[in-house]
Ligand binder design. Structure first.
Ligand SMILES: [Zn+2]
Length: 181
């Protein structure tokens, strides 16, 4: 009995419970607080958590290293923004010079080049698209005979559609086109 009493006397400095001990170990040192208010620039009173002038919260002091990093990032951001501004100012969209060959893709250019009416040219383009679809069906890989059959059907349908639109293109030709042949 006397031993127990002695032990407790010897270990009086220990925290009463292991949980409390953990908390004490884990608790981080009080972070250094900022010297002046970032909002109004007033120097904080010793130990204060809020600015006595504007009531703003007292932030933790930013280490010199972090401040330098932030300055670098801010500088980069500012540079990027100004660069974007200059690019935006330099490029006026109406003055963009498209390559000269692009005008051959204009619809009326194609029309005059092919010598078809609008309707038949559209039908012709649809037919070209269907032929492309029939070719793309060939990219499908068939693992079973049923798949292979389905692919053949797809291809036949694409080709039928192409034929139909080509025929439509021929029928839609204007009489003047037909006369000029
Ligand atoms: Zn303040």
């Amino acid at each position: 009995m006397s031993e127990v009493v002695q032990e407790t006397h010897q270990e009086f400095w220990r925290p009463p419970s292991p949980v409390a001990a953990e908390e004490m170990v884990v608790r981080e040192p009080v972070p250094a607080m900022a010297e002046a208010c970032p909002r109004c620039g007033t120097e904080f009173l010793l130990g204060s958590r809020f600015c006595h002038t504007c009531g703003g919260r007292r932030p933790e002091a930013v280490s010199a290293e972090a401040r330098a990093d932030a300055a670098v990032i801010a500088g980069l951001w500012k540079q990027a923004v100004s660069w974007m501004h200059s690019v935006g100012a330099g490029v006026s969209w109406s003055k963009i010079q498209f390559p000269s060959w692009l005008r051959y893709l204009h619809f009326h250019e194609i029309k005059s080049w092919v010598g078809l009416s609008t309707a038949s040219l559209i039908a012709f383009l649809i037919g070209i698209g269907c032929v492309a679809g029939a070719l793309l069906v060939g990219l499908l890989t068939a693992k079973t005979y049923v798949d292979w059959q389905a692919i053949q059907f797809y291809r036949a349908e694409w080709l039928l559609a192409a034929t139909a639109s080509f025929v439509a293109g021929i029928l839609l030709r204007k009489p003047s086109d037909r006369d000029s042949d």
